[in-house]
Design a protein around this ligand. Structure first.
Ligand SMILES: NC(=O)c1ccc[n+]([C@@H]2O[C@H](COP(=O)([O-])OP(=O)(O)OC[C@H]3O[C@@H](n4cnc5c(N)ncnc54)[C@H](OP(=O)(O)O)[C@@H]3O)[C@@H](O)[C@H]2O)c1
Length: 294
């Protein structure tokens, strides 16, 4: 299958390219090649590629950026997605859209199901919910809500902590935000499986198990053989961030289960493999350039 992937230089974009390249012909699209806020540029790119599927992780994933500049958040996350959907419709492609747990308000205190009513707390969450609605207008669509991404290719929440602790600094993270964690390549492989099966719809997707940001960062530091005491958990209110964070955002993967798909491995297993790969990279770099740790 010919697969175009937006946001291909991004964290999830790179995981999706790695996953889909194992079985399909992949056409990575960066912002320079197709700015999703430019409808004509998106259509021109898809007319050139003629994909059967567009996987669409491009967007602004930062909650505080969206909260500070709602117009830009809506332009990229919502209008950009509409442009992708419209161009896909014109070339006859399906769209697999990447969404987020931030469509919920975090007040449920039990795992969120795909059938739960979204109630976003933030500008970011609202932009992503409207983008989901734009995608649902297309017959051949999939929506995958993911949460706290980590994976190769771009610095992320986990890698940032490893770098800070390796440099002797403290890594200050929220101790009271419970959620799901998602390895980008694991999620990419599952998305590919669902798309190949032709099972359209809305799916929650992460690695199995719940954790706080503190538990995730501390486990990563421990696995890297660094000092877990350097990971400091504080209530998220103390972090003075612009956009409110969800206290509880665990997602139940009910739709995957009901459709008979195996669920991804646990977050601990995925994290162990990822941290191991980072350590191997650091070791290689310090052999190539002695004195360089990270
Ligand atoms: N990160 C998380 O923990 C998380 C959690 C839940 C859901 N998500 C969702 O997952 C998706 C991917 O997130 P991510 O962490 O991979 O983000 P990312 O690393 O920031 O990647 C997003 C990509 O989108 C591209 N992009 C931004 N504006 C664009 C535009 N106008 N036209 C074309 N491309 C544009 C960026 O290009 P540049 O490289 O040029 O900036 C970047 O490559 C997002 O939709 C996000 O809402 C992420």
């Amino acid at each position: 299958m010919r697969v175009a992937i937006t946001g291909a230089a991004g964290l999830f974009g790179q995981g999706l390219v790695a996953a889909f390249s194992t079985r399909h012909e992949v056409f990575p699209l960066t912002r320079a090649e197709a700015d999703i806020t430019d409808a004509e540029a998106v259509l021109a790119a898809l007319e050139r590629i003629r994909p059967e599927l567009v996987v669409h992780p491009a967007g602004i994933p930062d909650l505080d950026t969206c909260e500070a500049d709602p117009a830009r958040g809506f332009l990229v996350n919502y209008q950009g997605t509409r442009n992708v959907v419209e161009a896909a419709r014109q070339v006859g492609a399906g769209v697999a859209h990447i969404s987020t747990d931030a469509v919920f308000d975090g007040k449920k205190l039990a795992p969120y199901l795909e059938t739960d009513q979204p109630q976003p707390l933030t500008v970011y969450g609202r932009t992503k919910l409207q983008a989901e609605q734009a995608v649902q207008a297309l017959a051949k669509h999939w929506i995958f809500r993911v949460s706290v991404l980590f994976g190769p290719g771009k610095t992320n929440f986990v890698e940032k902590g490893l770098h800070e602790v390796a440099a002797g600094d403290e890594y200050v993270v929220a101790s009271n935000q419970v959620g799901s964690a998602t390895h980008t390549v694991d999620a990419g492989m599952k998305i590919m499986e669902v798309v190949e099966a032709g099972r359209h719809g809305l799916y929650h997707l992460s690695n199995q198990g719940a954790c706080t940001r503190f538990e995730l960062a501390r486990k990563a530091v421990e696995l890297a053989g660094l000092d877990p005491g350097k990971v400091v958990g504080v209530p998220d209110a103390m972090m003075r961030r612009r956009a409110p964070r969800l206290k509880y955002a665990v997602m139940e993967m009910a739709a995957l289960r009901q459709a008979g798909f195996a669920l991804p491995r646990s977050w601990q297993e995925a994290l162990a493999e990822y941290v191991h790969a980072i350590r191997a990279l650091w070791e290689k770099r310090s052999e190539d350039a002695p004195g360089l740790r990270s």
